[in-house]
Design a protein around this ligand. Structure first.
Ligand code: BES
Ligand code: ZN
Ligand code: ZN
Length: 524
């Protein structure tokens, strides 16, 4: 499997920058763990089980003459989440090493813990020169989870863990890539698990595709470049694509979108992708905020962390990645991907606080701050999705700093006008290993957007800033069933963690794939 897809070649000194070359072969094997003969076999251990080992680990421990048990007894292996201990087997079993990975307390185990543990183990072993690793972590999935979800968690966890970032570094000590990841000990229901592994591989690749797009700088990923990437993705995955230029966006009547784009020399693009997977049925539109750089515009942001606002197209990246994956998986569902892409800069042509703009829906908006730009272009994209026949709308956006205040960098905020769709998004997030939490769109919040000069204002003050942004979007969804995912806190990982490198996370990608998969009635 390619960790980084072919479509994203960086313009920097290509010889030294890892892009297309990294490949991991994923294998689902009926072989017993004790027979696995690669560089390292990854086995689980829980915290605080009084020396009791999970069955697969106990079996390996016997062959190691009780070494794991002794280390657990001595407190050298504690089973803490993502703790990795490597033991050399010295010929006592066919694998050269056993990597004992902590999963935390057994009764607190979640699929997300399996993902992180596998990501941490894969990174740890890769950085120590292992190239073929065998995994058994899926054998300890939490009681509530299905075995195919555990297989997905392990494979996706490894893919996410192995991504290195650093797209534009010309001098970098690149570790050798893992060549093969084998899931061992999968005797029962192998077909189902092979399908799960295939989906996981596509979803893991898609996540890293999104991360790469978000990590690339704003001078590389301009709206035009994002549109070119969409065209390339479309040709590779069999999607229909349409790229609308400024005159067309203007002619459609997207006054809110065009206002945001006005300050930049970089022309905007409206990217429309289509996957026709079914005759009739619902049409799910995935809509992603594509601000390739958000300076705040005339309401300019403080400079200290402004460079991170290249991440403001993370919603767009998630939509591209997810619809590409849906096409590759041939989901039996009609999907639209809609990305309004623009750069938010101040200039003599920029829109200003106090301006009134007219959205595609006909509503007028009083601009209070030019930094609340995402909701403006999303408003027009939501209306357009309805015009194109979407029945269900799900937008993903790095929309509000208030969401970071509310949920930190742990969870995305979810809102919507249809509880069934919101629940489906939360469920998909759970399966995809992305933490999400619902926030209420109580009617009382709506009046914070009331304007004396136009139909509504683009901000509702400091209180409940994520919810009033949600209410703003809701004004543009018409009668469609709609959910909104605010990924402002989860799109960017501030520091290296055992299971993933610093930088873009690909937030939203796997949740959108899982949602589309569920709406399509599964995968064949
Ligand atoms: N792109 C930002 C939101 C953001 C903040 C994303 C932090 C990722 C991390 C958005 O366009 C913005 O600037 N929102 C303003 C809205 C406010 C002016 C009502 C914010 O949250 O400060
Ligand atoms: Zn902004
Ligand atoms: Zn923004």
């Amino acid at each position: 499997m390619r960790i980084i897809p072919e479509s994203l070649a960086c313009d920097y000194d290509a010889g030294a920058v890892r892009n297309e070359e990294a490949e991991v072969r994923i294998e689902v094997s009926g072989q017993a763990a004790a027979e696995y003969a690669g560089d390292a076999l990854v086995v689980p251990v829980m915290e605080g089980e009084g020396g009791l080992l999970p069955p697969v680990t106990a079996q390996i421990d016997q062959l190691l003459e009780g070494l794991i048990g002794r280390l657990v007894g001595a407190g050298e292996i504690r089973g803490k989440p993502s703790e990795v201990t490597v033991l050399h087997t010295a010929g006592r079993l066919p694998a050269a090493r056993v990597a004992v990975v902590g999963l935390g307390k057994g009764d607190e185990l979640e699929l997300i813990g399996l993902r992180r543990a596998m990501g941490a183990a894969a990174r740890f072993l890769r950085d120590r020169g292992c190239s073929r690793i065998g995994a058994t972590l899926h054998s300890v999935n939490p009681a509530s989870a299905k075995s195919e979800d555990a297989v997905r968690a392990v494979i996706e966890g490894a893919c996410v863990g192995l991504y290195t970032g650093g797209e534009c570094r010309t001098q970098k000590d690149l570790p050798e890539e893992i060549e093969q990841l084998s899931l061992v000990g999968l005797a029962d229901d192998r077909d189902k698990l092979v399908t799960a592994a295939r989906v996981a591989e596509v979803a893991g690749r898609a996540t890293n595709y999104a991360r790469r797009l978000v990590n690339l700088p704003g001078n590389e990923v301009t709206p035009v470049r994002l549109a070119e990437e969409a065209a390339q993705l479309a040709s590779q995955s069999g999607l229909e694509v349409e790229l609308l230029e400024p005159a067309q966006i203007e002619a459609l009547g997207m006054g809110a979108f065009m206002a945001v784009a006005a300050g930049s020399e970089q022309p905007p693009r409206l990217i429309v992708l289509r996957h026709q997977g079914a005759e009739g049925g619902p049409t799910l539109a995935l809509i992603g905020k594509g601000i390739t750089f958000d300076s705040g515009g005339i309401s300019i942001k403080p400079s200290d962390r402004m460079h991170l606002m290249k991440e403001d197209m993370a919603g767009a990246a998630a939509v591209l990645a997810a619809i590409g994956a849906a096409a590759r998986l041939e989901l039996r569902l009609n999907l639209l991907g809609i990305i309004p892409a623009a750069e938010n800069l101040p200039s003599g042509k920029a829109y200003k606080p106090g301006d009134v703009v007219k959205a595609l829906s006909g509503k007028t908006i009083e601009i209070i701050t030019t930094d609340a730009e995402g909701r403006l272009l999303l408003a027009d994209a939501l209306s357009y999705a309805r015009q194109l026949g979407a029945t269900h709308l799900v937008d993903v956006a790095t929309l509000t700093g208030a969401c970071v205040v509310a949920l930190g960098h742990v969870a995305a905020g979810v809102m919507g006008n249809d509880s069934a769709l919101v629940e489906a998004v939360l469920d998909a997030g759970e399966r995809a290993g992305e933490r999400m939490w619902r926030l209420p769109l109580f009617p009382e919040y709506r009046s914070q957007l009331d304007s004396k000069v136009a139909d509504l204002m683009n901000v509702g003050g400091r209180p409940a800033g994520t919810i009033t942004a949600g209410w703003f979007l809701r004004e543009f969804v018409g009668g469609a069933s709609w959910a909104h995912i605010d990924i402002a806190g989860t799109a960017w990982n501030e520091k290296d963690q055992p299971h993933q490198v610093e930088g873009a996370t690909g937030a939203g990608t796997r949740t959108l794939i899982a949602l589309a998969e569920q709406m399509a009635g599964g995968i064949t």
